[in-house]
Design a protein around this ligand. Structure first.
Ligand code: X5A
Ligand code: ZN
Length: 668
């Protein structure tokens, strides 16, 4: 199951023929540099190359009026003056004798991508197109866009493949108002867009782009706008919105297909966006979407005008679609106040529509979105702006580091009678164990079970983590006699000998020894049902669900609201995922969790399973190999008391963990 790449240099063959400052950034080189970067890095070669085709009239009419199509059809025959005249009726767009041809190819490329994914020819894919699409409306070109490639693709997928729910994620820095208008009363298409807004001061200056525009009639709740009211948003701001808005809602929606309006003007250096998110953030955005819809994801290029950051961002996206481990996101700051305001507004605007947001904070009675936030005197500010203003294009940032895939993707420590699934490697520690280490291990952990099998297992696990540290192995899985003991020895070894930070995720009840929970080199998050007096502290966080881990909605709520933001902020170098006996977690939820945790630590995850759970080896290994998890089906509302407890927990931890915030600090 591969990744499709769809590109044709015919789409570089139109350009602006007159002077128009608003349009001069939309150049053919946008496609050539992106494609050349994919070729140069060897990524293009690893993709399945699929040819473009022209969209038919009938297909274009899925999102446009006949009058408009007929008008555009005439443009190839127009003189320069006629083209300029024709262009004038629309906003921030230009026509060229060849643009109609390219626009048909751009829409057709999106349809080819949908076909490739829906027929199972590939798992996912990306298409590099010009002109972009998300601004064009039923009867109007707009913002460099002629036909709405993604809107057409969504309707086509519904019509041709009977797809019931489509999620459109628009991470371009402009509001795709054309997509919004197309689906605003349609509950089968969930449209999410974040965009530079600055309280309507930024193009296209629409009141309709604000957070309170949620969709109409049956489609109410299925349009999500996240306005950015300041420039300079960073990785932390983007990831926070994913964790606290998009992902919980997307999982509740449960799409059959994910389409991405993949614009990269939201990356650093872009003259339009003026944001500060680095190209590697797109690896994370992509990865976080790859377990929805059984992995069916189609990314269609929209904007992106800094050729350097565009090419880097495209590569990050495609490399992630191919399944390579995602980088550790450089410099994750806490979300800024303006981002928190937007987050709070969006969550509040949607609380009536999504059960995952039902308990989101209300907005203060005076609408905060227009009010300037005044900080208390002397307070550390996380507000953007204020520093020397640099031209966006002069910004410099380090090139994202090369992403190297370890030679072994998943190494398994298994008893001899358990078969090793395909694509994985059986791992056993053959060399003689360092006697010093052996005695230390025996002494500290195996005192009461002086058992040579256990000792061999533990030494194998230690050797395995050392190979992960050297990036010779990506992830590991072990069936062990006692998960708690194994976890204890491993964590102790990794934090003391390798002095690395470990994120331990315990699924299910069971005692976690205090020398792990009291160590700040370790962050433990435990999900279970146990109601004990023991309170969570900064490095030992316990999520209690009334019905335990069998409550999928409550669990998912905790994963996005708590676990993922904590993981991003903590930035571990190893994740240890421990499945306690009788956790009650469903297979698909377990696989989702395993997949999502690979956002951290370059995908270095060690999974510990109890010996009896042989049956889980295959599906766990499959998730470690990067196969998409089965979808969770549409989620029910989590239990009110669980959600309330979770919110209280999140509140309490916000002082220590800034990515858990979902509201702006109280103003005076
Ligand atoms: C696709 C896209 C931007 C138009 C900006 C016009 N369009 N000022 O990024
Ligand atoms: Zn854009």
């Amino acid at each position: 199951m591969g990744t499709a790449l769809i590109y044709d240099d015919e789409m570089t063959k139109y350009k602006l023929l007159w002077v128009d400052p608003a349009c001069k950034i939309e150049v053919p080189e946008r496609l050539t540099v992106s494609h050349e970067a994919l070729v140069r890095t060897g990524l293009a070669d690893r993709c399945v190359s699929v040819p473009v085709r022209e969209a038919t009239d009938a297909e274009i009419l899925l999102a446009h009026s006949e009058e408009y199509l007929e008008a555009v059809k005439k443009t190839p025959y127009m003189s320069l003056e006629d083209l300029m005249e024709f262009t004038r009726q629309y906003g921030d767009v230009y026509f060229h004798p060849n643009i109609y041809h390219c626009a048909k190819l751009a829409a057709g490329a999106a349809l080819q991508l949908v076909d490739s994914v829906m027929t199972g020819k590939v798992r996912n894919g990306m298409t590099l197109v010009r002109p972009p699409g998300h601004h064009s409306m039923r009867s109007a070109a707009n913002g460099f866009c002629v036909f709405n490639n993604v809107a057409i693709a969504a309707r086509y997928a519904k019509q041709k493949y009977g797809v019931q729910r489509v999620l459109i994620v628009d991470w371009d820095i402009h509001h795709g108002q054309g997509v919004q208008y197309c689906f605003e009363d349609d509950p089968s298409v969930l449209y999410f867009s974040w965009h530079r807004y600055e309280h309507q001061k930024f193009w296209p200056h629409l009141r309709n782009s604000d957070y309170d525009i949620v969709g109409k009639e049956k489609g109410a709740g299925f349009n999500i706008n996240v306005p950015w009211n300041k420039v300079g948003m960073e990785n932390g701001d983007y990831l926070s919105v994913f964790c606290h808005v998009l992902l919980p809602v997307a999982y509740e929606f449960c799409p059959d297909l994910v389409l991405v309006c993949a614009g990269f003007d939201s990356a650093i250096g872009d003259p339009e966006g003026e944001m500060c998110a680095t190209p590697d953030v797109f690896a994370h955005l992509t990865h976080l979407l790859m377990n929805l819809a059984g992995g069916k994801l189609c990314a269609v290029l929209e904007g992106g005008y800094n050729l350097t950051s565009l090419a880097q961002s495209v590569c990050q996206t495609v490399q992630t679609l191919l399944g390579d481990p995602v980088p550790r996101p450089a410099s994750l700051n806490s979300p800024c106040i303006s981002a928190l305001e937007s987050l709070q507004c969006v969550r509040s605007a949607h609380k009536a529509y999504w059960s995952c947001l039902k308990h989101a904070a209300d907005l203060p009675t005076s609408t905060i979105s227009t009010k300037r936030i005044k900080l208390r005197e002397g307070e550390e500010t996380t507000e953007k702006g204020g520093e020397e203003e640099k031209d966006a294009e002069e910004k410099v940032w380090p090139e994202p580091p090369k992403r190297v895939t370890p030679p072994v993707c998943a190494a398994l420590v298994l008893p001899d009678d358990v078969a090793c699934p395909e694509g994985c490697e059986r791992f056993s520690f053959s060399e003689d164990l360092d006697p010093l280490l052996a005695s230390k291990l025996r002494e500290s952990f195996l005192r009461d079970a002086d058992d040579s099998t256990a000792l061999i297992t533990i030494s194998s696990l230690i050797a395995l983590t050392e190979k992960m540290e050297k990036n010779e192995i990506c992830s590991g899985l072990a069936l062990v006699r006692d998960v708690t003991k194994a976890m204890t020895s491993i964590v102790q070894h990794v934090t003391t000998v390798l002095s690395n930070r470990v994120l331990v995720v315990c699924v299910g009840d069971g005692n976690v020894p205090s020398h792990i929970t009291e160590d700040r080199e370790t962050l433990v998050v435990q999900m279970g049902s146990a109601q004990t007096d023991e309170q969570s502290c900064k490095y030992y966080i316990r999520v209690c669900l009334k019905k335990g881990c069998s409550d999928t909605s409550g669990f998912v709520q905790a994963v996005f609201g708590l676990l993922l933001p904590l993981g991003y902020e903590y930035d571990p170098s190893l994740v240890v995922l421990v499945r306690m006996p009788d956790s009650g977690v469903s297979d698909s939820l377990w696989q989702q969790l395993t997949g999502l945790l690979q956002s951290f630590a370059l995908g270095h995850t060690l999974v510990l399973l109890q010996e009896e759970e042989k049956a889980l080896v295959g599906l766990t290994a499959s998730s470690l190999l990067g196969n998409p998890a089965p979808s969770l089906k549409q989620l029910q509302a989590p239990l009110t008391e669980d959600v309330e407890a979770l919110e209280r927990l999140r509140h309490r931890l916000q002082a220590d963990w800034k990515l858990l915030q979902t509201t702006a600090p109280q103003t005076q």
